[in-house]
Write a protein that binds this ligand. Structure first.
Ligand code: CP3
Length: 345
């Protein structure tokens, strides 16, 4: 079976010859070929230029032939940008938004979701180039930020402060909050439908990177809106949900997600037990810090430990608990992949 078949089989609980593998943030700064590209072009330009975004998407799968999926090189912040809330990188690190959303009038004035789809067409153009290059050998993933996480960037303006402004909006002006979340959910849905219908992706992942700030009312603040997006996707492709820092996997399973991406705080088998008897595909969850290790035997044994923990069942995709960290060693990444390949039946 090829990588694409392996990945899609795991998404449907079918048997595979080994567990499929990819890594969040596999493209980007850890690769010397990406850094060379970045020296010549700003990040936002790479994202917006289909040939360059395709190149950055393909770099990790070219270097590491046993990766089973490519993830489209883009950013969750392209949706706020298409809605008129542009972003830039701060000196050093971190994100700043060009302006902050703070009035109901601004929420009313947000452009309609169809316009978001039009403005983001460059993503689908990049995906078609990647699809041609992959020729069905590997899965291609699309993605978007969750409505809650995107609202945080827009309302907090890049200063998170535990999400205080957005949480106040939800509490004190529930109608305005609902309107914002509806509009964002529909924009995210259009972005994903664009990637599925025009870009041809095999699966999509929704990143709720700031789920932890919604934890006390996760259903109302975030899960409800993720469900709305998943409904709009309508089963066209598998949907993976990654809610970083959230322990209530039951709520996440209730969104209609096909796959839950699990961070590194709990062993995967514990998450599987908590969800039983529900059957839902799990993705994860090697601690990203393992990739900073200089001792490759440690990398191999930690990778095997995650595999052993989930042994004896289908419906498992190997990944990290979060993105590949800055400073990850390429040798460590390769040792992780070799360990997966060595587990082949
Ligand atoms: O390889 C991949 O995973 C695909 C590409 C991808 C990027 N961003 C490229 C990128 C994906 C899937 C994302 C998602 C994303 N973007 C998330 C959700 C994932 C997560 O980590 O929880 C979030 C929160 C963002 C917003 C964002 N974009 C941040 C916080 C940053 C880092 C800013 C900094 O430098 O401190 C970015 C920039 C970014 N997105 C880079 C890349 C490769 C680095 C840009 C560069 O310097 O080249």
């Amino acid at each position: 079976m090829n990588s694409r078949e392996r990945f899609l089989s795991a998404c449907r609980f079918l048997a595979t010859d080994r567990v499929p593998v990819w890594a969040m943030r596999q493209a980007g700064r850890i690769l010397p070929e990406y850094r060379a590209l970045r020296e010549r072009r700003p990040f936002v330009e790479i994202v917006r230029t289909p040939e360059l975004a395709a190149e950055a998407t393909l770099q990790p799968v070219r270097r590491f032939g046993t990766l089973d999926a490519a993830i489209t090189f883009s950013d969750i912040l392209v949706v706020p940008e298409a809605l008129g809330f542009a972003y830039h990188f701060k000196e050093g690190s971190g994100i700043a938004m060009e302006r902050r959303l703070d009035t109901l009038a601004q929420i009313d004035a947000l452009p309609p979701p169809e316009l978001v789809r039009e403005r983001l067409d460059y993503i689908a153009q990049a995906q078609r180039i990647v699809k041609d290059a992959l020729a069905g050998t590997k899965a291609l993933l699309g993605f978007a930020g969750s409505p809650w996480t995107l609202a945080l960037y827009m309302v907090q303006g890049g200063h998170f402060d535990d999400g205080a402004r957005l949480r106040d909006l939800a509490k004190n002006e529930p109608a305005a909050f609902e309107k914002l979340m509806e509009k964002l959910s529909d924009a995210v849905a259009q972005n994903l439908l664009l990637q599925i219908e025009a870009g041809g992706v095999d699966a999509v992942q929704i990143f709720d990177s700031w789920a932890a700030y919604a934890a006390d009312d996760y259903q109302g603040l975030s899960a409800k809106w993720i469900s709305r997006v998943i409904n709009a996707v309508g089963g066209r492709v598998p949907v993976i949900v990654f809610a970083k820092g959230l322990d209530d996997y039951g709520i996440l399973a209730g969104t209609g997600a096909n796959v839950l991406s699990v961070d590194s705080r709990l062993p995967m088998s514990v998450v599987r037990e908590r969800l039983a008897p529900q059957k839902i595909v799990l993705q994860g969850n090697l601690d990203p810090a393992v990739l900073l290790e200089t001792d490759l035997e440690t990398v191999r044994s930690r990778t095997r430990a995650v595999l052993d923990d989930m042994a004896g069942g289908n419906g498992f995709i190997f990944n990290l608990g979060h993105g590949v960290p800055v400073g990850a060693r390429l040798e460590a990444f390769a040792a992780m992949l070799e360990t997966l390949e060595a587990s082949k039946k």
